[in-house]
Design a protein around this ligand. Structure first.
Ligand code: FAD
Length: 241
């Protein structure tokens, strides 16, 4: 796998407890929307657990963009503490890109993307690319969060929906009683009735599920209950949440 040294160019908060980290894009680096990289922080020493300095992240940026961005919920782990403490300009190592969480070449099949929380990251690259290239594929995104405050990239997704006639956003906020923001969209969980409504009239759609382990497991069960063949479902599990 290719290794590159890159500099951190910016970091910014994109939702409650959620940060995006921007890096230079190395010369010769190219990825497919949906792929990931390993990010290796400086300071790896013998005796350090590798998970304290190395984590896998999906690439948020589209291949056309001239930087690499990853996004994560900031937790208590040694890795994330170290990541947040990096001064702008710090050199880090990235390995990749890798992964096959990518859309089929056949654009006639609708892809139904299901993201829970920070699981939105691989879909951002896919959806930015689709809007920029005006690809022919129909894309439906079901995006579930507790409330708007922690829904990363929500405004950008609403804008991408306006830019791309073949993209439909279905966002839901399942814990609005703990929100201070208003929300006039869906508040239900993604259940099999909703999935059945979404797939009505679609010819053999492909499903992509991304998020924490509990969400991915629940969605796989829901899709099975909705009559979706598991051969048509791919998932990316973000362990550690
Ligand atoms: C392809 C891929 C793409 C990812 N993209 C993103 C992304 O865009 N944004 C993001 O925030 N996260 C992403 N993740 C998850 C990310 O790598 C971290 O695991 C996650 O962010 C939690 O990190 P942490 O430091 O908070 O917890 P950690 O300290 O890494 O993990 C906490 C606990 O989770 C358990 N755990 C960790 N890894 C595994 C494993 N592989 N199998 C079983 N249990 C495990 C262990 O019990 C560990 O002690 C991705 C993972 C993969 C595989």
């Amino acid at each position: 796998m290719a290794e590159y040294n890159v500099h951190l160019t910016a970091c910014r908060q994109i939702a409650k407890g959620t940060m995006a980290f921007h890096f230079e894009k190395p010369v010769g680096f190219s990825h497919k929307p949906g792929q990931a990289i390993d990010l290796i922080l400086p300071g790896h020493q013998t005796g350090t657990r590798s998970s304290d300095t190395r984590h896998t992240f999906s690439i948020v940026t589209a291949p056309e963009e001239d930087e690499l961005v990853v996004a994560t919920r900031i937790g208590e782990s040694v890795f994330k503490h170290a990541l947040c403490a990096l001064p702008i300009g710090t050199e880090v190592q990235i390995n990749g890109p890798f992964g096959s969480f990518t859309l089929p070449k056949n654009t006639e099949r609708t892809s139904v993307l299901i993201a829970g929380g920070i699981g939105i990251t691989p879909f951002m690259s896919i959806l930015r690319h689709a809007a920029q290239q005006q690809t022919l594929q129909q894309l439906i995104l079901l995006y579930s969060n507790h409330y708007p405050e922690d829904a990363a990239f929500l405004e950008e997704l609403q804008q991408l929906e306006r830019q791309n006639q073949r993209f439909q956003l279905m966002a839901t906020m399942t814990d609005m009683e703990h929100s201070t923001q208003s929300w006039d969209g869906a508040t239900q969980i993604i259940d099999s009735d909703w999935i059945k409504q979404v797939v009505t009239g679609l010819d053999n759609p492909a499903f992509y599920v991304s998020g924490p382990p509990a969400l991915v497991e629940a969605m796989r069960q829901t899709l099975t209950m909705s009559g979706i063949d598991e051969d048509n479902v791919r998932s990316e599990t973000f362990y550690g949440y």
